[in-house]
Design a protein around this ligand. Structure first.
Ligand code: GLU
Length: 338
């Protein structure tokens, strides 16, 4: 590694040291987003849409969209960013945010741990053999536990309003067919809820909890709404466009941490190394990313890899992270790699 003179940039000025080009110039961000889009499109054929919830099988393998929203509110996008799709596990971020808001950090984390599980999202193994409390709120067991805390406090309409508020999208709504499809076939989640009940840790009634969990997973969002969700988290819980304090900075920090360590299923470690951005994905093909102090990125790409992450999303985000130096542990952009 060789360090180039960091005192001056190519133009001989210091002024852009803190702010990269793409933060000033929308065209630079747009250009990179377009490259990322092409990178993502190229691999869509390698993925498969989820079909364990029958209604999700109707998605188009080749649908793909990327949206980025910066802290000044500017939205830059490519592809299918207005298409509605079900949020699925990205809702785990919203339910955790609401639970933290209503109950506080201590209470919430007395019901669910903060450790990556390393297992697939719907795994029951650790819950049965290692710990009575679910490992973290980003996997099904943990999210069902968090939703049981909510089910004791709020109804679906309140949670829906909060989701709209967090995504700054009044059109977020329940996708009835997806909700019914999962409610009819979600036996694994039913098993998790009843296992939690059998251990005496589930807070609310299992059927009530599952109903709210399935409804939250079936909310219809767009890549743009996920970009705003990511932006709020990237901006310490404050929506920079409306200046509303959606959640407390301390809660945003906790959620970003859990997204970084657990948000991409059992692919979180690899994503952490290669992309290095707090992110949460869902089997509907969505990913919400929180780029600290800079922007939110929303992805829609229902072709998934074997772990449940959008293949197009992974390729696009890896490119963007490298090109725009978004990795949280990024080296100095003026260091030349040999
Ligand atoms: N509703 C889905 C389930 O519980 C969400 C899974 C996901 O997106 O990871 O199986």
């Amino acid at each position: 590694m060789e360090r180039i003179d960091t005192q001056q940039d190519a133009q001989g000025s210091n002024e852009n040291k803190e702010m990269p080009d793409w933060m000033h110039d929308e065209r630079v961000l747009k250009e990179h987003l377009q490259y990322a889009f092409v990178k993502g499109c190229k691999v869509l054929g390698q993925g498969r849409v989820a079909d364990y919830i029958p209604e999700l099988a109707r998605a188009d393998t080749y649908a793909f969209g990327l949206a980025a929203q910066k802290t000044d509110g500017t939205v830059v996008s490519c592809g299918e960013v207005d298409t509605r799709f079900s949020i699925q596990s990205v809702s785990k971020v919203i339910s955790l945010a609401l639970a933290l808001k209503l109950l506080g950090t201590e209470e919430v984390f007395s019901h669910v741990l903060m450790e990556p599980s390393g297992d697939s999202f719907s795994s029951i193994i650790k819950l049965d053999t290692k710990s009575d409390l679910p490992y973290n709120p980003m996997i099904n067991a943990g999210a069902i536990q968090v939703v049981s805390l909510l089910a004791d406090q709020v109804g679906f309409q309140d949670a829906l309003q909060f989701a709209r508020y967090m995504c700054m999208d009044p059109d977020v709504d329940l996708n009835e067919p997806v909700y019914r499809s999962e409610a009819q076939t979600g036996d694994r989640n039913r098993a998790i809820a009843y296992l939690l009940k059998s251990k005496g840790v589930l807070v609310a009634d299992p059927e009530e909890t599952l109903d709210l969990y399935f409804r939250l997973c079936a909310l219809n969002v767009t890549a743009k709404s996920l970009a705003t969700l990511g932006l709020v988290l990237a901006n310490d819980g404050e929506n920079p466009i409306t200046s509303q304090h959606v959640i407390a900075p301390r809660h945003a920090r906790a959620i970003n941490s859990l997204m970084f360590t657990c948000g991409m299923y059992d692919g979180s470690g690899e994503f952490g190394v290669k992309v290095g951005i707090p992110a949460k994905s869902g089997v509907g093909g969505g990913i919400a990313c929180s780029v600290k102090g800079r922007m939110g990125i929303g992805v829609y790409g229902p072709a998934l890899n074997e772990k449940g992450n959008s293949v197009g999303g992974l390729a696009a985000l890896e490119y963007l992270s490298d090109a725009l130096h978004l990795h949280v542990f990024d080296y100095h952009p003026y260091i030349v790699e040999k």
